[in-house]
Design a protein around this ligand. Sequence first.
Ligand SMILES: *Cc1c(COP(=O)(O)O)cnc(C)c1O
Length: 424
Amino acid sequence: MDSKRSAALFAQARELIPGGVNSPVRACRNVHADPLFIASARGAHLKTVDGEDFIDFLGSWGPMLLGHAHARVVAAIQRAAALGTSYGAPCEDEVELARVVCEALPSVEMVRMVNSGTEATMSALRLARAFTGRNKMVKFIGGYHGHGDAFLASAGSGVATFSIPGTPGVPAETVKDTLLAPYNDIDAVRALFEKDPGGIAAVFVEPVAGNMGLVLPQPGFLAGLRDLCTRYGALLVFDEVITGFRVDYRGAQGRFGIMPDLTTFGKIIGGGLPVGAYGGRADIMAHVAPQGEVYQAGTLSGNPLAMAAGIATLEVLRHSDYAGLESRVHAFVMELEEILRSKGVPVQIPHIASMFSVYFTEAPIVDFAHVQTTDQRLFEAFYKQMRAQGIFMAPSAFEANMLSFAHTDEDFSKALDAARSVRF
Ligand SMILES: *Cc1c(COP(=O)(O)O)cnc(C)c1O
């Protein structure tokens, strides 16, 4: 592949945009590659500015479960755009998207639209703190909830009872109330509650972790969190920004049968436009302004284009064959794992619904500490050789691949052929 124009654009971009990208992982630094600039996308395929065709395994990091430029979604956006792009006053589609979301997830009785997943989790945290009158929050090591200050804490050493900001620019006092536990470690969460029984406002969890690479919840983990939150009067917040409408139309909460108090959304519910949302129990959501006292606002929130794209996307998804896609992805993953194993490398490919991650390790993955021990050199070799053969995968072992209903059997078999010729 000859990515001359991508390279030229990246050189210009680095002069004008920090790192040349508007979101860091896009720069592909983890795998020591340069980003590709995309000119267009359709179905499961991307076309670069150099005219190269890629099978897209990244799905814009999650939103594109229907594939790119789905005819129904494009038509809905075009229709909406012709009617004006922002009103600063309510529109009918806001009510409709709220209704669709509330109908799909029984735990969500009321919902507020925002513009990104980051905004959704920041707002849900403020609401949880106001509702409980408590300040502390539990999150999981390697869990990602957007770039809000309070969430950007990583572990110190051992079980962290105090947090260290994961980035300069976040004052230590901003994350001092962020408590950390290893994913899947219910005993660690119990210990945090026992230490401060009346201090924890909320537990934030990705019900399927998708931002440390894909890590599945162990049996009993999510139910254990539900029990602890109920017992100690804390709110259980499922961050379903990835999993909402992806692991199941009813979200991870529907799939695993757990009722959180609050849920955050993003990615899919905007059909590829910038949207987030948070919702949950009506008695909690009633505290959001102007019904209640917790301030949260947005000039473009409930944007008519985004609402139209979201409604069209969810309408198609409601009639989509999730089980069929999951079994095709399962078959693909089993074959991919066998191909890689036959090359003598250790490999684990956890997967659920349309998500999977490729880890080069023998040990089954249960938390972020495990993920960090996986072989990054093998991953880089795999990523680069797949990309050189036209397969566009998540450019880091700490990210998940996101497949779509647009992926054909031919796309899968091309990816398997590419994997067969990888050399380690
Ligand atoms: C992507 C993501 C976010 C942040 O959403 P943005 O729209 O990128 O701000 C939050 N939580 C989870 C689980 C995510 O995957």
